[in-house]
Design a protein around this ligand. Structure first.
Ligand code: HEC
Ligand code: HEC
Ligand code: HEC
Ligand code: HEC
Length: 419
Protein backbone atom coordinates (compact mmCIF):
# COMPACT_ATOMS: atom_id res chain seq x y z
CA UNK A 1 0.00 0.00 0.00
CA UNK A 2 2.82 2.38 0.91
CA UNK A 3 4.52 1.40 -2.37
CA UNK A 4 1.39 2.30 -4.33
CA UNK A 5 1.18 5.69 -2.65
CA UNK A 6 4.84 6.39 -3.37
CA UNK A 7 4.48 5.60 -7.04
CA UNK A 8 1.48 7.92 -7.28
CA UNK A 9 3.54 10.72 -5.76
CA UNK A 10 6.58 10.08 -7.91
CA UNK A 11 4.34 9.86 -10.98
CA UNK A 12 3.00 13.33 -10.24
CA UNK A 13 6.46 14.60 -9.59
CA UNK A 14 7.72 13.59 -13.04
CA UNK A 15 4.61 14.99 -14.70
CA UNK A 16 4.90 18.36 -13.05
CA UNK A 17 8.57 18.64 -13.93
CA UNK A 18 7.80 17.93 -17.59
CA UNK A 19 5.19 20.71 -17.67
CA UNK A 20 7.02 23.24 -15.55
CA UNK A 21 7.90 26.69 -16.82
CA UNK A 22 11.37 27.85 -15.86
CA UNK A 23 10.89 30.22 -12.92
CA UNK A 24 12.75 33.52 -12.53
CA UNK A 25 13.11 34.56 -8.88
CA UNK A 26 13.90 38.18 -9.78
CA UNK A 27 10.74 38.59 -11.86
CA UNK A 28 8.94 36.65 -9.15
CA UNK A 29 9.86 39.22 -6.53
CA UNK A 30 7.94 41.95 -8.35
CA UNK A 31 5.00 39.67 -9.06
CA UNK A 32 4.89 38.54 -5.43
CA UNK A 33 4.13 42.05 -4.14
CA UNK A 34 0.45 41.18 -3.64
CA UNK A 35 1.32 37.98 -1.83
CA UNK A 36 3.45 39.62 0.83
CA UNK A 37 0.46 41.16 2.63
CA UNK A 38 -0.32 37.71 3.98
CA UNK A 39 2.70 35.50 3.35
CA UNK A 40 5.26 38.12 4.40
CA UNK A 41 7.99 39.63 2.24
CA UNK A 42 10.19 36.62 3.00
CA UNK A 43 7.47 33.96 2.80
CA UNK A 44 6.84 33.75 6.55
CA UNK A 45 3.07 34.06 7.01
CA UNK A 46 2.19 36.97 9.25
CA UNK A 47 -0.42 34.92 11.16
CA UNK A 48 -1.09 31.27 11.92
CA UNK A 49 -3.75 31.16 9.18
CA UNK A 50 -1.27 32.20 6.48
CA UNK A 51 1.14 29.39 5.70
CA UNK A 52 4.88 29.85 5.58
CA UNK A 53 5.93 29.35 1.98
CA UNK A 54 9.55 30.45 2.44
CA UNK A 55 11.89 27.68 1.27
CA UNK A 56 8.96 25.56 0.10
CA UNK A 57 9.67 23.43 -2.98
CA UNK A 58 8.87 25.50 -6.10
CA UNK A 59 7.20 22.49 -7.79
CA UNK A 60 4.89 22.15 -4.83
CA UNK A 61 4.02 25.87 -4.82
CA UNK A 62 3.17 25.79 -8.52
CA UNK A 63 1.05 22.68 -8.07
CA UNK A 64 -0.94 24.37 -5.26
CA UNK A 65 -1.43 27.60 -7.23
CA UNK A 66 -2.76 25.59 -10.19
CA UNK A 67 -5.12 23.70 -7.92
CA UNK A 68 -6.38 26.95 -6.35
CA UNK A 69 -6.85 28.48 -9.81
CA UNK A 70 -8.75 25.49 -11.16
CA UNK A 71 -10.81 25.33 -7.95
CA UNK A 72 -10.42 21.57 -8.28
CA UNK A 73 -8.25 19.64 -5.87
CA UNK A 74 -7.97 22.61 -3.57
CA UNK A 75 -10.18 25.60 -3.21
CA UNK A 76 -9.94 28.54 -0.86
CA UNK A 77 -11.97 31.78 -0.84
CA UNK A 78 -8.83 33.87 -0.40
CA UNK A 79 -6.30 31.97 -2.53
CA UNK A 80 -8.47 30.88 -5.45
CA UNK A 81 -9.10 34.45 -6.72
CA UNK A 82 -5.42 35.29 -6.05
CA UNK A 83 -4.24 32.39 -8.17
CA UNK A 84 -6.82 33.05 -10.89
CA UNK A 85 -4.92 36.20 -11.82
CA UNK A 86 -1.63 34.34 -12.35
CA UNK A 87 -0.37 32.90 -15.66
CA UNK A 88 1.74 29.72 -15.59
CA UNK A 89 4.84 31.86 -16.05
CA UNK A 90 3.79 34.07 -13.10
CA UNK A 91 3.32 30.98 -10.97
CA UNK A 92 6.75 29.66 -11.85
CA UNK A 93 8.30 33.05 -11.06
CA UNK A 94 6.65 33.64 -7.67
CA UNK A 95 7.37 30.02 -6.77
CA UNK A 96 11.06 30.49 -7.63
CA UNK A 97 11.09 33.66 -5.52
CA UNK A 98 9.59 32.15 -2.35
CA UNK A 99 11.57 28.91 -2.82
CA UNK A 100 14.80 30.92 -2.78
CA UNK A 101 14.47 31.72 0.95
CA UNK A 102 15.47 29.42 3.80
CA UNK A 103 12.62 27.56 5.52
CA UNK A 104 12.87 30.05 8.39
CA UNK A 105 12.60 33.02 6.02
CA UNK A 106 16.34 33.64 6.00
CA UNK A 107 17.69 35.54 3.00
CA UNK A 108 18.29 33.56 -0.18
CA UNK A 109 21.82 32.29 -0.71
CA UNK A 110 22.01 33.11 -4.43
CA UNK A 111 19.47 35.82 -5.25
CA UNK A 112 21.37 38.76 -3.85
CA UNK A 113 18.71 41.26 -4.93
CA UNK A 114 16.06 39.78 -2.74
CA UNK A 115 18.48 39.60 0.17
CA UNK A 116 19.36 43.27 -0.08
CA UNK A 117 15.73 44.27 0.38
CA UNK A 118 15.46 45.22 4.03
CA UNK A 119 11.73 44.42 4.15
CA UNK A 120 12.57 40.86 3.17
CA UNK A 121 13.95 40.18 6.62
CA UNK A 122 10.98 41.47 8.58
CA UNK A 123 9.65 38.21 9.93
CA UNK A 124 7.00 39.76 12.12
CA UNK A 125 6.66 38.13 15.54
CA UNK A 126 3.59 35.95 15.55
CA UNK A 127 1.03 36.71 18.24
CA UNK A 128 -1.77 34.26 18.74
CA UNK A 129 -4.74 34.35 21.05
CA UNK A 130 -4.40 31.41 23.42
CA UNK A 131 -7.11 28.88 22.72
CA UNK A 132 -9.31 27.71 25.55
CA UNK A 133 -7.83 24.33 26.26
CA UNK A 134 -10.17 21.43 25.71
CA UNK A 135 -7.20 19.12 25.83
CA UNK A 136 -3.49 19.74 25.98
CA UNK A 137 -1.82 18.66 22.78
CA UNK A 138 1.25 16.52 23.27
CA UNK A 139 4.25 17.20 21.01
CA UNK A 140 5.89 13.89 21.93
CA UNK A 141 2.90 11.85 20.76
CA UNK A 142 2.89 14.02 17.63
CA UNK A 143 6.50 13.18 16.92
CA UNK A 144 5.95 9.47 17.56
CA UNK A 145 3.09 9.47 15.06
CA UNK A 146 5.11 11.52 12.58
CA UNK A 147 8.12 9.20 12.69
CA UNK A 148 6.57 5.80 13.34
CA UNK A 149 2.95 6.05 12.21
CA UNK A 150 0.48 3.70 13.87
CA UNK A 151 0.08 0.40 12.05
CA UNK A 152 -2.83 -0.69 14.20
CA UNK A 153 -4.82 2.34 13.05
CA UNK A 154 -3.59 2.32 9.45
CA UNK A 155 -1.59 5.55 9.74
CA UNK A 156 1.51 5.68 7.53
CA UNK A 157 4.56 7.38 9.04
CA UNK A 158 4.61 10.94 7.75
CA UNK A 159 8.43 10.97 7.75
CA UNK A 160 8.44 8.59 4.76
CA UNK A 161 7.15 11.40 2.56
CA UNK A 162 7.75 14.64 4.45
CA UNK A 163 11.29 13.86 5.60
CA UNK A 164 13.15 14.26 8.91
CA UNK A 165 11.60 17.06 10.98
CA UNK A 166 9.49 18.01 7.97
CA UNK A 167 12.21 18.62 5.38
CA UNK A 168 11.24 16.48 2.42
CA UNK A 169 13.53 15.26 -0.36
CA UNK A 170 10.72 14.70 -2.84
CA UNK A 171 9.93 18.01 -4.51
CA UNK A 172 6.19 17.43 -4.77
CA UNK A 173 5.92 16.56 -1.06
CA UNK A 174 5.75 19.82 0.88
CA UNK A 175 8.18 20.76 3.61
CA UNK A 176 6.34 20.96 6.92
CA UNK A 177 9.29 22.31 8.89
CA UNK A 178 8.88 25.87 10.23
CA UNK A 179 5.17 25.77 9.42
CA UNK A 180 2.49 27.32 11.66
CA UNK A 181 0.84 24.57 13.75
CA UNK A 182 -2.59 26.16 13.15
CA UNK A 183 -2.09 25.88 9.43
CA UNK A 184 -0.95 22.24 9.65
CA UNK A 185 -4.03 21.41 11.71
CA UNK A 186 -6.35 23.18 9.29
CA UNK A 187 -4.89 21.31 6.30
CA UNK A 188 -5.08 17.92 7.99
CA UNK A 189 -8.73 18.58 8.81
CA UNK A 190 -9.35 19.68 5.19
CA UNK A 191 -7.71 16.49 3.85
CA UNK A 192 -9.74 14.46 6.34
CA UNK A 193 -13.00 16.12 5.31
CA UNK A 194 -11.87 15.73 1.66
CA UNK A 195 -12.41 19.43 0.99
CA UNK A 196 -8.74 19.42 -0.07
CA UNK A 197 -7.95 16.60 -2.46
CA UNK A 198 -4.88 14.41 -2.51
CA UNK A 199 -5.06 10.62 -2.73
CA UNK A 200 -2.31 9.96 -0.21
CA UNK A 201 -3.25 12.64 2.29
CA UNK A 202 -6.99 11.95 2.14
CA UNK A 203 -6.34 8.33 3.08
CA UNK A 204 -3.81 9.05 5.80
CA UNK A 205 -5.71 11.87 7.50
CA UNK A 206 -8.92 9.84 7.39
CA UNK A 207 -7.49 7.76 10.22
CA UNK A 208 -6.30 10.70 12.34
CA UNK A 209 -8.33 11.71 15.39
CA UNK A 210 -8.68 15.38 16.38
CA UNK A 211 -6.20 14.68 19.18
CA UNK A 212 -3.67 13.20 16.71
CA UNK A 213 -4.03 16.33 14.57
CA UNK A 214 -3.49 18.63 17.55
CA UNK A 215 -0.48 16.53 18.64
CA UNK A 216 1.05 16.79 15.15
CA UNK A 217 0.50 20.56 15.22
CA UNK A 218 2.14 20.74 18.64
CA UNK A 219 5.12 18.78 17.31
CA UNK A 220 5.62 21.35 14.56
CA UNK A 221 5.67 24.22 17.05
CA UNK A 222 9.30 23.21 17.62
CA UNK A 223 10.30 19.81 16.20
CA UNK A 224 13.91 20.22 17.30
CA UNK A 225 12.87 20.57 20.95
CA UNK A 226 11.23 17.15 21.19
CA UNK A 227 13.76 14.47 22.12
CA UNK A 228 13.95 10.86 20.95
CA UNK A 229 10.61 9.08 20.98
CA UNK A 230 9.61 5.46 20.62
CA UNK A 231 6.71 4.20 18.53
CA UNK A 232 4.84 3.33 21.72
CA UNK A 233 4.64 7.02 22.62
CA UNK A 234 2.08 7.44 19.81
CA UNK A 235 -0.74 6.90 22.26
CA UNK A 236 -3.06 9.85 22.39
CA UNK A 237 -2.74 11.96 25.50
CA UNK A 238 -5.97 13.74 26.25
CA UNK A 239 -6.21 15.94 29.31
CA UNK A 240 -9.31 17.97 29.86
CA UNK A 241 -9.87 20.72 32.37
CA UNK A 242 -12.90 22.50 33.69
CA UNK A 243 -11.10 25.82 34.06
CA UNK A 244 -9.50 27.96 31.39
CA UNK A 245 -5.80 27.15 31.27
CA UNK A 246 -4.84 30.37 29.45
CA UNK A 247 -6.75 32.60 31.89
CA UNK A 248 -5.29 30.68 34.82
CA UNK A 249 -1.76 31.23 33.59
CA UNK A 250 -2.29 34.99 33.72
CA UNK A 251 -3.66 34.89 37.27
CA UNK A 252 -0.96 32.48 38.47
CA UNK A 253 1.87 35.00 38.17
CA UNK A 254 1.56 35.92 41.86
CA UNK A 255 2.07 32.27 42.80
CA UNK A 256 5.31 31.89 40.85
CA UNK A 257 7.59 33.26 43.57
CA UNK A 258 7.02 30.17 45.71
CA UNK A 259 5.43 27.52 43.46
CA UNK A 260 7.42 28.27 40.30
CA UNK A 261 6.09 29.77 37.08
CA UNK A 262 5.18 26.32 35.72
CA UNK A 263 4.19 24.93 39.12
CA UNK A 264 7.59 23.37 39.83
CA UNK A 265 8.68 24.86 43.17
CA UNK A 266 12.36 25.67 43.46
CA UNK A 267 12.49 25.61 47.28
CA UNK A 268 11.81 22.29 49.05
CA UNK A 269 9.43 23.72 51.67
CA UNK A 270 6.96 24.80 48.95
CA UNK A 271 4.84 22.15 47.24
CA UNK A 272 5.01 21.73 43.48
CA UNK A 273 1.58 22.20 41.92
CA UNK A 274 2.44 21.05 38.37
CA UNK A 275 0.39 18.04 37.31
CA UNK A 276 -1.61 18.00 40.56
CA UNK A 277 -5.31 17.17 40.13
CA UNK A 278 -7.49 20.15 39.20
CA UNK A 279 -10.31 19.29 41.65
CA UNK A 280 -7.84 18.80 44.49
CA UNK A 281 -6.24 22.19 43.81
CA UNK A 282 -9.63 23.90 43.74
CA UNK A 283 -10.48 22.32 47.10
CA UNK A 284 -7.19 23.39 48.70
CA UNK A 285 -7.22 26.97 47.43
CA UNK A 286 -10.85 27.41 48.43
CA UNK A 287 -10.14 26.00 51.88
CA UNK A 288 -7.12 28.25 52.40
CA UNK A 289 -9.47 31.14 51.59
CA UNK A 290 -12.22 30.02 54.00
CA UNK A 291 -9.77 28.92 56.70
CA UNK A 292 -10.77 25.24 56.64
CA UNK A 293 -7.10 24.59 55.82
CA UNK A 294 -4.99 26.96 57.84
CA UNK A 295 -1.82 28.56 56.62
CA UNK A 296 -1.05 32.23 57.24
CA UNK A 297 0.99 32.63 54.04
CA UNK A 298 -1.50 30.94 51.73
CA UNK A 299 -4.53 32.61 53.30
CA UNK A 300 -3.17 36.00 52.28
CA UNK A 301 -2.22 34.81 48.82
CA UNK A 302 -5.65 33.54 47.85
CA UNK A 303 -7.92 36.00 49.71
CA UNK A 304 -8.66 38.08 46.61
CA UNK A 305 -9.31 35.20 44.18
CA UNK A 306 -12.83 34.68 42.78
CA UNK A 307 -14.29 31.20 42.25
CA UNK A 308 -13.49 31.52 38.52
CA UNK A 309 -9.92 32.55 39.26
CA UNK A 310 -9.50 29.52 41.51
CA UNK A 311 -10.85 27.15 38.85
CA UNK A 312 -8.68 28.67 36.11
CA UNK A 313 -5.47 28.75 38.19
CA UNK A 314 -6.07 25.13 39.19
CA UNK A 315 -6.56 24.14 35.54
CA UNK A 316 -3.33 25.91 34.64
CA UNK A 317 -1.19 24.18 37.26
CA UNK A 318 -2.89 20.82 36.58
CA UNK A 319 -1.96 21.15 32.90
CA UNK A 320 1.74 21.62 33.64
CA UNK A 321 4.34 18.86 33.75
CA UNK A 322 6.01 18.01 37.06
CA UNK A 323 9.78 17.69 37.29
CA UNK A 324 9.88 14.92 39.89
CA UNK A 325 11.91 15.44 43.09
CA UNK A 326 14.97 13.33 43.87
CA UNK A 327 14.72 11.20 47.00
CA UNK A 328 16.33 8.18 48.63
CA UNK A 329 13.98 5.23 48.84
CA UNK A 330 13.99 2.45 51.42
CA UNK A 331 12.42 -0.99 51.72
CA UNK A 332 10.39 0.23 54.71
CA UNK A 333 9.04 3.23 52.79
CA UNK A 334 7.93 1.06 49.88
CA UNK A 335 6.40 -1.53 52.25
CA UNK A 336 4.34 1.11 54.06
CA UNK A 337 3.16 2.66 50.80
CA UNK A 338 2.27 -0.60 49.07
CA UNK A 339 1.09 -2.77 51.97
CA UNK A 340 0.62 -0.53 54.99
CA UNK A 341 1.31 -2.07 58.39
CA UNK A 342 -1.46 -4.31 59.70
CA UNK A 343 0.01 -4.57 63.19
CA UNK A 344 0.20 -0.80 63.58
CA UNK A 345 -3.19 -0.39 61.86
CA UNK A 346 -1.79 1.69 58.99
CA UNK A 347 -3.79 1.52 55.76
CA UNK A 348 -1.71 1.10 52.59
CA UNK A 349 -1.31 4.49 50.93
CA UNK A 350 -1.61 2.82 47.51
CA UNK A 351 -5.33 2.28 48.13
CA UNK A 352 -6.00 5.98 47.65
CA UNK A 353 -2.88 7.55 46.16
CA UNK A 354 -2.67 4.81 43.47
CA UNK A 355 0.21 2.58 42.45
CA UNK A 356 2.21 5.28 40.68
CA UNK A 357 1.42 7.94 43.30
CA UNK A 358 -0.63 10.04 40.87
CA UNK A 359 -3.74 9.80 43.04
CA UNK A 360 -7.31 9.86 41.73
CA UNK A 361 -8.47 13.41 41.29
CA UNK A 362 -12.14 12.56 40.73
CA UNK A 363 -12.20 10.81 44.11
CA UNK A 364 -10.35 13.66 45.84
CA UNK A 365 -7.03 11.83 46.31
CA UNK A 366 -4.06 14.07 45.51
CA UNK A 367 -0.98 13.12 43.51
CA UNK A 368 2.03 12.65 45.78
CA UNK A 369 4.44 11.29 43.14
CA UNK A 370 7.62 13.31 42.76
CA UNK A 371 6.43 15.92 45.30
CA UNK A 372 9.04 17.61 47.48
CA UNK A 373 9.83 15.20 50.37
CA UNK A 374 10.21 18.15 52.77
CA UNK A 375 6.68 19.26 51.95
CA UNK A 376 5.23 15.73 52.18
CA UNK A 377 6.81 15.31 55.65
CA UNK A 378 5.44 18.67 56.80
CA UNK A 379 1.91 17.67 55.74
CA UNK A 380 2.04 14.25 57.40
CA UNK A 381 3.28 16.02 60.52
CA UNK A 382 0.39 18.52 60.27
CA UNK A 383 -2.18 15.73 59.85
CA UNK A 384 -0.59 13.88 62.79
CA UNK A 385 -0.74 16.90 65.11
CA UNK A 386 -4.12 18.09 63.76
CA UNK A 387 -2.67 21.32 62.45
CA UNK A 388 -4.27 20.28 59.12
CA UNK A 389 -7.81 18.94 59.42
CA UNK A 390 -9.36 19.55 56.01
CA UNK A 391 -9.28 15.84 55.02
CA UNK A 392 -12.80 14.40 54.65
CA UNK A 393 -13.70 12.02 57.49
CA UNK A 394 -10.25 12.67 59.02
CA UNK A 395 -8.93 9.94 56.74
CA UNK A 396 -5.38 11.29 56.64
CA UNK A 397 -5.31 12.29 60.30
CA UNK A 398 -6.26 8.75 61.33
CA UNK A 399 -3.43 7.30 59.28
CA UNK A 400 -0.75 9.86 60.09
CA UNK A 401 -1.24 9.57 63.84
CA UNK A 402 -0.05 5.95 63.63
CA UNK A 403 3.20 6.75 61.85
CA UNK A 404 6.40 6.91 63.89
CA UNK A 405 8.82 9.69 62.99
CA UNK A 406 11.03 7.14 61.19
CA UNK A 407 8.13 5.64 59.20
CA UNK A 408 6.86 9.09 58.33
CA UNK A 409 10.21 10.02 56.80
CA UNK A 410 10.53 6.68 55.00
CA UNK A 411 7.11 6.80 53.35
CA UNK A 412 7.44 10.47 52.40
CA UNK A 413 10.76 9.75 50.71
CA UNK A 414 9.24 6.82 48.87
CA UNK A 415 6.38 9.00 47.57
CA UNK A 416 8.83 11.65 46.43
CA UNK A 417 10.76 9.00 44.47
CA UNK A 418 7.71 7.92 42.44
CA UNK A 419 7.44 9.17 38.86
C1 HEC B 1 -5.19 37.86 1.76
C2 HEC B 1 -4.17 36.94 2.18
C3 HEC B 1 -3.40 36.17 1.10
C4 HEC B 1 -2.77 36.70 -0.01
C5 HEC B 1 -2.67 38.15 -0.45
C6 HEC B 1 -2.13 35.56 -0.66
N1 HEC B 1 -2.38 34.42 0.03
FE1 HEC B 1 -1.63 32.57 -0.39
N2 HEC B 1 -2.69 31.76 1.15
C7 HEC B 1 -3.53 32.48 1.98
C8 HEC B 1 -4.24 31.54 2.84
C9 HEC B 1 -5.28 31.90 3.90
C10 HEC B 1 -3.78 30.24 2.47
C11 HEC B 1 -4.21 28.89 3.10
C12 HEC B 1 -5.43 28.37 2.41
C13 HEC B 1 -5.88 27.09 3.05
O1 HEC B 1 -6.11 27.09 4.27
O2 HEC B 1 -5.97 26.09 2.34
C14 HEC B 1 -2.81 30.43 1.42
C15 HEC B 1 -2.12 29.37 0.81
C16 HEC B 1 -1.15 29.53 -0.16
C17 HEC B 1 -0.34 28.48 -0.71
C18 HEC B 1 -0.37 27.01 -0.31
C19 HEC B 1 0.69 26.79 0.75
C20 HEC B 1 0.87 25.35 1.15
O3 HEC B 1 1.74 25.10 1.99
O4 HEC B 1 0.15 24.47 0.63
C21 HEC B 1 0.49 29.04 -1.64
C22 HEC B 1 1.54 28.32 -2.46
C23 HEC B 1 0.19 30.45 -1.67
N3 HEC B 1 -0.82 30.73 -0.76
C24 HEC B 1 0.81 31.36 -2.51
C25 HEC B 1 0.41 32.69 -2.65
C26 HEC B 1 0.91 33.58 -3.68
C27 HEC B 1 1.96 33.19 -4.70
C28 HEC B 1 0.27 34.77 -3.49
C29 HEC B 1 0.42 36.04 -4.35
C30 HEC B 1 0.10 35.88 -5.73
C31 HEC B 1 -0.60 34.65 -2.36
N4 HEC B 1 -0.51 33.36 -1.90
C32 HEC B 1 -1.39 35.66 -1.83
C33 HEC B 1 -3.66 33.85 2.03
C34 HEC B 1 -3.17 34.73 1.10
C1 HEC C 1 2.71 8.85 0.78
C2 HEC C 1 3.33 10.14 1.07
C3 HEC C 1 2.76 10.95 2.24
C4 HEC C 1 2.61 10.55 3.55
C5 HEC C 1 2.92 9.20 4.16
C6 HEC C 1 2.12 11.72 4.27
N1 HEC C 1 1.99 12.77 3.41
FE1 HEC C 1 1.34 14.64 3.91
N2 HEC C 1 1.41 15.21 1.94
C7 HEC C 1 1.84 14.41 0.92
C8 HEC C 1 1.67 15.13 -0.35
C9 HEC C 1 2.02 14.61 -1.73
C10 HEC C 1 1.12 16.41 -0.02
C11 HEC C 1 0.76 17.56 -0.97
C12 HEC C 1 -0.67 17.39 -1.39
C13 HEC C 1 -1.04 18.42 -2.44
O1 HEC C 1 -0.36 18.46 -3.44
O2 HEC C 1 -1.99 19.18 -2.19
C14 HEC C 1 0.99 16.43 1.42
C15 HEC C 1 0.51 17.51 2.16
C16 HEC C 1 0.48 17.57 3.53
C17 HEC C 1 0.14 18.75 4.29
C18 HEC C 1 -0.22 20.11 3.74
C19 HEC C 1 1.03 20.93 3.65
C20 HEC C 1 0.80 22.32 3.11
O3 HEC C 1 1.82 23.05 3.07
O4 HEC C 1 -0.31 22.67 2.76
C21 HEC C 1 0.24 18.41 5.62
C22 HEC C 1 0.00 19.33 6.81
C23 HEC C 1 0.64 17.01 5.68
N3 HEC C 1 0.78 16.53 4.39
C24 HEC C 1 0.84 16.31 6.86
C25 HEC C 1 1.10 14.94 6.92
C26 HEC C 1 1.10 14.18 8.13
C27 HEC C 1 0.90 14.77 9.53
C28 HEC C 1 1.34 12.89 7.79
C29 HEC C 1 1.40 11.68 8.71
C30 HEC C 1 0.25 11.44 9.55
C31 HEC C 1 1.52 12.86 6.34
N4 HEC C 1 1.35 14.12 5.86
C32 HEC C 1 1.83 11.72 5.62
C33 HEC C 1 2.36 13.12 1.01
C34 HEC C 1 2.35 12.35 2.17
C1 HEC D 1 5.11 33.26 49.73
C2 HEC D 1 5.08 31.92 49.21
C3 HEC D 1 3.79 31.45 48.54
C4 HEC D 1 3.10 32.06 47.51
C5 HEC D 1 3.44 33.36 46.80
C6 HEC D 1 2.00 31.18 47.20
N1 HEC D 1 2.05 30.07 47.99
FE1 HEC D 1 0.82 28.42 47.87
N2 HEC D 1 1.83 27.53 49.41
C7 HEC D 1 2.84 28.12 50.14
C8 HEC D 1 3.15 27.28 51.30
C9 HEC D 1 4.20 27.56 52.35
C10 HEC D 1 2.28 26.15 51.21
C11 HEC D 1 2.18 24.98 52.19
C12 HEC D 1 1.16 25.33 53.24
C13 HEC D 1 1.02 24.23 54.27
O1 HEC D 1 2.03 23.84 54.85
O2 HEC D 1 -0.12 23.77 54.46
C14 HEC D 1 1.47 26.34 50.03
C15 HEC D 1 0.50 25.44 49.59
C16 HEC D 1 -0.30 25.62 48.48
C17 HEC D 1 -1.25 24.66 47.98
C18 HEC D 1 -1.51 23.28 48.54
C19 HEC D 1 -0.73 22.26 47.77
C20 HEC D 1 -1.04 20.84 48.16
O3 HEC D 1 -0.38 19.96 47.61
O4 HEC D 1 -1.92 20.61 49.00
C21 HEC D 1 -1.85 25.22 46.89
C22 HEC D 1 -2.92 24.59 46.02
C23 HEC D 1 -1.28 26.54 46.72
N3 HEC D 1 -0.34 26.75 47.67
C24 HEC D 1 -1.67 27.43 45.72
C25 HEC D 1 -1.16 28.72 45.57
C26 HEC D 1 -1.66 29.68 44.62
C27 HEC D 1 -2.78 29.43 43.65
C28 HEC D 1 -0.91 30.82 44.77
C29 HEC D 1 -1.05 32.13 44.00
C30 HEC D 1 -2.35 32.74 44.01
C31 HEC D 1 0.06 30.57 45.83
N4 HEC D 1 -0.14 29.30 46.29
C32 HEC D 1 1.03 31.46 46.24
C33 HEC D 1 3.49 29.30 49.81
C34 HEC D 1 3.11 30.20 48.83
C1 HEC E 1 -8.47 6.40 52.45
C2 HEC E 1 -7.72 7.12 51.46
C3 HEC E 1 -6.29 7.52 51.82
C4 HEC E 1 -5.28 6.72 52.26
C5 HEC E 1 -5.32 5.23 52.54
C6 HEC E 1 -4.12 7.56 52.36
N1 HEC E 1 -4.42 8.84 51.99
FE1 HEC E 1 -3.16 10.41 51.97
N2 HEC E 1 -4.68 11.66 51.40
C7 HEC E 1 -5.98 11.26 51.21
C8 HEC E 1 -6.79 12.43 50.89
C9 HEC E 1 -8.28 12.44 50.59
C10 HEC E 1 -5.93 13.54 50.95
C11 HEC E 1 -6.30 15.02 50.68
C12 HEC E 1 -7.06 15.63 51.83
C13 HEC E 1 -7.56 17.01 51.46
O1 HEC E 1 -8.56 17.10 50.75
O2 HEC E 1 -6.94 17.98 51.87
C14 HEC E 1 -4.61 13.03 51.27
C15 HEC E 1 -3.48 13.82 51.38
C16 HEC E 1 -2.22 13.33 51.67
C17 HEC E 1 -1.04 14.13 51.75
C18 HEC E 1 -0.94 15.64 51.52
C19 HEC E 1 -0.75 15.92 50.03
C20 HEC E 1 -0.60 17.38 49.69
O3 HEC E 1 -0.31 17.66 48.51
O4 HEC E 1 -0.78 18.24 50.56
C21 HEC E 1 0.01 13.29 52.06
C22 HEC E 1 1.46 13.67 52.22
C23 HEC E 1 -0.55 11.96 52.19
N3 HEC E 1 -1.91 12.01 51.93
C24 HEC E 1 0.19 10.82 52.52
C25 HEC E 1 -0.34 9.56 52.72
C26 HEC E 1 0.41 8.43 53.19
C27 HEC E 1 1.90 8.45 53.52
C28 HEC E 1 -0.45 7.38 53.26
C29 HEC E 1 -0.14 5.96 53.72
C30 HEC E 1 0.58 5.81 54.94
C31 HEC E 1 -1.76 7.87 52.83
N4 HEC E 1 -1.65 9.19 52.50
C32 HEC E 1 -2.89 7.10 52.77
C33 HEC E 1 -6.46 9.98 51.24
C34 HEC E 1 -5.74 8.87 51.66
Amino acid sequence: MKKVLFSIIIGFSILSHANAFEGDAKAGKTKAATCTACHGANGIGIMGAYPNIAGQHADYIVKQLKAFKANSDRSDPVMSPMAAALSEQDMADVAAYFASFGRDGSAPAVTEDAASDSSATSAAPVTRAPAKAVYIADAKSGKALYEHGDKARGITACIDCHGKEGNSDVLINPNLSAQHPEYIEKQLKAFKAVTRHNVAMNQISGNLSDEDIANLGAYFKDPAAVGEVKASAAMVVVKSFTGDVAEGKIKAVTCAACHGEDGNALVAMYPSLAGQGEAYLVKQITEFKTGVRQDPVMAGMVAALSADDIQNISAYFASQTLNPAMAETSARGKQLYMSGDAKAGITACVACHSINGKGMDKAGFPSVAGQSPTYLKSQLEKFRTKARTNDTNSMMQNIAIKLTKKDLDAVANYMASLK
